[in-house]
Design a protein around this ligand. Structure first.
Ligand code: DWN
Ligand code: ZN
Length: 416
């Protein structure tokens, strides 16, 4: 069910710089039914490989436990939808994918991204181990294999559908322990000029913006471009382009292609690698300073919320993201401080957040209960949410935006 990480999954070395320990915590995505017994706790410690600078959890919880019945449905927020569309547009206009070309997505969730590729005339196959989500994707006409993206699965897709012009993995590559198996599968599936596009939360953003709540058991790896560049290179895949994207707290989309592919390598790749070195990612101080800031910010968030509640205010959570569970646990906040959480995901409504057992309700129900403060657990959508909830602010409500530092947003101070 849980195993320690000794050897680095990227380079194989066993030489770690310990960065942070959250103790034994509950699985952030393990929303519970009221009748459920409390879930199990697992060690949540993160360290950096001194050889390749992968930041990694030091323990792996079995993927069967984490992903085979998954409650996260790709967000339909404007931010995510816009980003998904840009990826399709770029794949056709920028990467030359043509009508009838095959796009295979690992971690394809309910098929929202692949449905957009279908609208652009591309053939698609999804691969996702979450049976409940794969079933929903197949329902909507996005063929999806309910399994992990292994080499064997990739070979089967190639046998049935031919080679792929693109293999895409958005916000799932950081969840995968055997990254070499995935890359081996991708290289067998891709055409000679094919594109592997991998989107992950960006380690530089995580460190710079104190995003400690992104550290939970689903996220095994926290990648820099440098580590991905080395990892892909070991599989004969050349990184030829990289995007930054304002999703999930700040992500990168790394585009790679077989070494001999005619696709030219853009200068931004070398520039970002140099920037990472300049920020000290190959050193140790940047991680120590991050850890010190996290200890301070965790305490400040907890003290702020406890102080408001002690003063008679009611505080509720806005959004019930997995990272919200991680944040509440890390800040020692529970049902005594946070009365409920709202969330647009129907799968989450009526359930309880792991550990704190804070009830999740619909946004409508939550707004009707008129809390004095919403703790913005889905802070990565702050701009969109604050704009949407202007009425709550104008009626005197306030948001507590916890990351990168806790700040209170009112109708008078709103800048988003
Ligand atoms: O890597 C992962 C990312 C991509 O998604 C997964 N491990 C799990 C998941 O992480 P998360 O749950 O922190 O993702 P989100 O997208 O930040 O979750 C936002 C939550 O907030 C969703 O449950 C939807 C909800 N929400 C809401 O209630 N009202 C979101 C918006 C925009 C809103 O207006
Ligand atoms: Zn390593």
């Amino acid at each position: 069910m849980v195993r320690p990480v000794d050897r680095c999954r990227v380079c194989g070395r066993d030489d770690w710089l310990d960065v942070l320990s959250f103790g034994e915590t509950l699985l952030a995505g393990d929303f519970q039914d009221p009748a459920d017994p409390p879930g199990d706790r697992y060690p949540l410690d993160v360290a950096v490989c001194r050889e390749c600078r992968l930041m990694s959890l030091r323990h792996v919880v079995s993927p069967e436990k984490l992903f085979e019945h998954y409650l996260y449905v790709s967000s339909d927020s404007g931010l995510i939808t816009g980003h998904s569309r840009r990826l399709v547009e770029h794949s056709v206009a920028g990467l030359g994918l043509a009508e009838g070309d095959l796009v295979v997505e690992l971690g394809s969730n309910v098929g929202a991204q692949l449905a957009m590729f279908q609208e652009a005339g591309l053939r698609t196959v999804g691969v996702d181990p979450a049976r409940n989500l794969a079933a929903a994707a197949n329902e909507r006409g996005v063929e999806t294999l309910p399994e992990y993206f292994t080499t064997a699965a990739a070979v089967r897709v190639a046998e049935r559908h031919g080679p792929a012009r693109m293999v895409l993995g958005r916000q799932c590559f950081a969840h995968i322990d055997d990254v070499h198996e995935v890359l081996d599968g991708a290289t067998r599936l891709l055409t000679a000029d094919g594109v592997l596009a991998i989107e992950v939360p960006y380690l530089v953003e995580l460190l710079a913006n104190n995003q400690f709540d992104t550290i939970f058991h689903e996220h095994l790896s926290y990648f820099s471009l440098g580590t991905l560049h080395r990892l892909f290179g070991g599989h004969g895949l050349r990184v030829f382009d990289v995007w930054t994207a304002p999703v999930h707290g700040g992500s990168i989309v790394v585009f790679a292609t077989p070494e001999a592919s005619p696709r030219p390598t853009r200068p931004v790749v070398g520039e970002m690698l140099a920037d990472e070195r300049a920020r000290g990612l190959t050193g140790e101080d940047v991680y120590r300073r991050f850890a010190a800031r996290v200890e301070r910010v965790r305490a400040e968030i907890g003290d702020l919320v406890r102080g408001l509640v002690a003063g008679g205010a009611t505080v509720a959570g806005y959004g019930a993201p997995a990272k919200g569970s991680a944040l509440l646990q890390a800040c020692g906040l529970g049902r005594a401080e946070v009365a409920f959480c709202t969330d647009t995901t129907s799968l989450k409504q009526g359930r309880l957040l792991p550990g704190s057992r804070i009830p999740v309700c619909s946004p409508e129900e939550g707004t009707a209960r008129r809390p004095d403060y919403f703790l913005l657990l889905a802070w990565n959508y702050a701009e969109e949410i604050i704009r949407k909830e202007r009425r709550f602010l104008e009626d005197g409500g306030r948001f507590i935006v916890p990351i990168p530092e806790p700040r209170i947003v009112s109708a008078q101070t709103v800048t988003a």
